[in-house]
Design a protein around this ligand. Structure first.
Ligand code: NAP
Length: 247
């Protein structure tokens, strides 16, 4: 591994992705901050990266757009020479009860949350194989393990991420590339702020820690899995959920 680390975080314009980008930043570190629509948010993340001594690079593209992903990663590898860490964090919700769920709501969540991780991982896998080094960390969800009414699309995509993580981990372990997942419970971000107040209060009663998690607490688990110390850990799912589910 070279001394300078290149780290790509998708969906890093706010929330968990922003915390991950900031937490992984340090001297001798290039942090590629991906965003979809929020350039301003990505710029705020860049300031946090700089404050920790890292070098930020903003990269706007949708993880669900195959051409855009290939172009972006081609540019990243062309400019920075390598990718050491990929954090597949970008995600959306389009909640609805199954009886009412539109095809478009299903497809949008699958395309961003599952296909996006496939596309970005595929785009880094050859450079990582050439390096004989890499860390891929996929952000799944407690919902992909225990389910949640109104989230059949999201639960299916996040469960898919776990299967994807384990299959790729087995495929690539001989090249010194690890592939793991972090499964947050309910974390205080814009995603959960969008829930109705009643649902937020009801969820709280199901969390033994009796509070929502902080993005930094998810970032800490991602940081560990992305570290040198975690080189013998692959195909695992680390739950960060205040005791809501113990797997
Ligand atoms: P958030 O605050 O809604 O942020 C989502 C991020 O994803 C934004 O930066 C957004 O970028 C980006 N994004 C959305 N669609 C994208 C696309 N097509 N291409 C690239 N980026 C895209 O969500 P969060 O709570 O931080 O969640 C981050 C991840 O953790 C997601 O995968 C989510 O499913 C997972 N998670 C969250 C929780 C929770 O309780 N919050 C729990 C379990 C798992 P723009 O703003 O630029 O569009």
């Amino acid at each position: 591994m070279s001394q300078r680390r290149v780290i790509v975080v998708t969906g890093a314009s706010r929330g968990i992705g922003r915390s991950v980008a900031a937490q992984l930043a340090g001297p001798e570190c290039d942090i590629v901050i991906n965003y979809n629509s929020s350039l301003k948010g990505a710029e705020e993340t860049a300031s946090l990266v700089e404050a920790r001594g890292g070098t930020p690079h903003l990269k706007g593209f949708s993880v669900s757009d195959p051409e855009a992903v290939r172009k972006a990663f081609g540019e990243i590898v062309g400019a920075l020479g390598r990718v050491d860490v990929l954090v597949n964090n970008a995600g959306i919700t389009k909640d609805n009860l199954l009886a009412m769920m539109k095809d478009t709501e299903w497809d949008a969540v699958m395309d961003t949350n599952l296909k996006g991780a496939f596309l970005c991982s595929q785009a880094v896998i050859k450079p990582m194989m050439r390096q004989r080094y890499g860390r891929i960390v996929n952000v799944t969800s407690i919902v992909g393990v225990i389910g949640n009414p109104g989230q059949c699309n999201y639960a299916a995509a996040k469960a898919g991420i776990i299967g994807f993580t384990r299959a790729l981990a087995r495929e690539i372990v001989s090249r010194k590339i690890t592939v793991n997942a972090v499964a947050p419970g309910f974390i205080d971000t814009e995603m959960t702020h969008a829930l109705p107040q009643k649902a937020r209060e009801m969820l709280l009663t199901q969390i033994p820690a009796a509070r929502y998690g902080k993005p930094e607490e998810v970032a800490a688990a991602v940081e560990f899995l992305a570290s040198e110390a975690a080189g013998y850990i692959t195909g695992q799912v680390i739950h960060v959920n205040g005791g809501m589910f113990m797997g």
